[in-house]
Design a binder for this molecule. Structure first.
Ligand SMILES: [Zn+2]
Length: 70
């Protein structure tokens, strides 16, 4: 097996995973809630293990929750 590919050391790989834990739990997106029109949040910590994966969106105004592929 040729090894001309630059491989990442395990320690670096693990530290990249740790960076993800410092992401805020959710980000506000420029999408209006389909129920009440308030700005929606996209969860960073909830990803459905469907294929392709889906992300959870939620509204603080009315409690609406939805899922989308991006
Ligand atoms: Zn709403």
């Amino acid at each position: 097996m040729t090894n001309n590919q630059e491989l990442l050391p395990w320690e670096a790989y693990v530290s990249i995973s740790k960076v993800c834990e410092y992401l805020p739990p959710r980000t506000q997106v420029n999408v209006a809630c389909p129920k009440c029109g308030q700005q929606l949040w996209r969860r960073n910590d909830i990803v459905l293990t469907s294929y392709p994966e889906q992300y959870q969106y939620e509204c603080d105004g009315c409690g609406w929750v939805g899922y989308n592929f991006r």
